[in-house]
Design a protein around this ligand. Structure first.
Ligand code: NAD
Length: 374
């Protein structure tokens, strides 16, 4: 069989779905050809010769996309779709929430596996691309904030006087938020954090940050806040209003605000109103990690830094692509772990375990049709 690794062509996408390390493992049985598009790793600082040394054959986009198994980071573009082979296995971040895109993948006849839908079970942890990439996004958000901020992060006592530590507020403490806390902590900031899910409080405190509490008015609110499958659910407007009040007060003293709040398949909850931005100190920096899902912050714009009354709102999308080499390395390991359900890298045997819970959860299209979500 041919396993294809095309170059990613979406704007700003620097990652690649395989690395020399994973290519070497997949090529080990000698039964499969690893066909990497020339230049596929360039934006991740992986030269073609490293892929070749690992056992890959370099080829064209048509060859990589026309393989039996196609490993992608992002879903194929309309230009790439006609190059896919009927019956091929397509693995990647296929954006299963976009019904039109899923329909277009289905029409090519591929079996599409969307890694966004990996169940959050222990066995799938090594394949969890959302976690591996959110971890990177959380780190990079702090780096971007520190860069845009016109002051120090740590407290410094110098001969010229004392510099205060930056006060950082992190809203949404999933994988990205936790890494943002850890990274800001390493830089010496004083950190507060909040989330809708009550289970997060202990994690926040164990990282040395202060928990900002938004009280629940009744058991129903508490129940919704617990979320489902590790993910948050939309909160009632009354709780959101209470949260906005609490956060508004905190924001008046904050130097850096990082928002990461997401609800799968829905627009990002708006946590920061324009009036809260207006109440922040001049020189404060906001990084809105949810900008691609509509943003947590009123006024944030995709791939722009917007200045409002001296406050910078950074809305860069796809932060993992800004840490391309490590993002690719982790993504590629996630992919090879997912592929291992079907492909025994040592013997080269290939059989998709159709009844496997992970396979069933991620399959979005097959035999020309969209697979309905069970
Ligand atoms: P996510 O990216 O979907 O959301 C980010 C955070 O935003 C979440 O913590 C969510 O609760 C929060 N949020 C949503 N609405 C909010 C609001 N209105 N106000 C404040 N915060 C809001 O989440 P994620 O990072 O993918 O992870 C969510 C959880 O799943 C984490 O606790 C993570 O540790 C867990 N997880 C478990 C497994 C596993 O068990 N295998 C794997 C990965 C992640």
């Amino acid at each position: 069989m041919i396993i294809g690794i095309p170059r990613e062509t979406r704007a700003g996408e620097t990652r690649v779905a395989a690395t020399p390390e994973t290519v070497k493992k997949l090529a080990a049985s000698g039964k499969h050809t690893l066909l990497v598009e020339a230049g596929a790793g360039a934006m991740s600082s992986i030269p073609d010769r490293d892929f070749e040394a690992a056992g890959a054959k370099m080829g064209s986009a048509d060859q990589a996309l026309g393989a039996d198994i196609v490993l992608k980071v992002r879903g194929p573009t309309p230009e790439e779709l006609p190059k896919l082979k009927r019956g091929a296995m397509l693995i990647g971040l296929l954006n299963p929430f976009d019904a039109a895109a899923v329909q277009s993948y289905a029409s090519t006849g591929v079996s599409g596996y969307a890694l966004e839908w990996l169940p959050r079970i222990t066995r799938a942890q090594s394949m969890d691309v959302l976690s591996s990439q959110a971890n990177i996004a959380g780190y990079k958000a702090v780096m971007i904030a520190a860069n845009a901020y016109g002051r120090f992060m740590p407290m410094l006592m110098t001969a010229a006087g004392t510099v205060k530590a930056a006060r950082v507020l992190i809203l949404g403490v999933g994988v990205a938020g936790l890494q943002a806390i850890a990274t800001a902590k390493r830089l010496g900031a004083v950190i507060e954090a909040s989330d809708v899910r009550p289970s997060v409080k202990d994690q926040v405190e164990s990282l040395g940050a202060k928990w900002v509490d938004v009280p629940y008015a009744n058991d129903e609110e508490r129940k919704i806040a617990e979320g489902v499958g590790g993910y948050a659910r939309p909160m009632p407007p009354e709780w959101m209003a209470r949260q906005a009040e609490v956060i508004h007060e905190r924001c008046k003293n904050v130097d850096i605000l990082i928002t990461t709040a997401l609800i799968p398949g829905r627009p990002a909850p708006k946590l920061i109103k324009a009036q809260t931005v207006a109440a922040m100190k001049p020189g404060a920096v906001i990084v809105d990690l949810a900008v691609e899902q509509g943003g947590n912050v009123e006024g944030s714009e995709l791939d722009k830094i917007v200045a409002k009354n001296g406050v910078k709102i950074v809305g860069f999308g796809n932060l993992p692509a800004r840490v391309a080499t490590d993002a690719s390395a982790l993504y590629a390991r996630n992919v090879i772990n997912f592929l291992a359900l079907s492909l025994n890298a040592k013997t080269g045997e290939f059989a998709v375990p159709k009844d496997d819970e992970i396979i069933k959860a991620t399959l979005i299209c097959e035999n020309g049709a969209v697979v309905p979500r069970g």
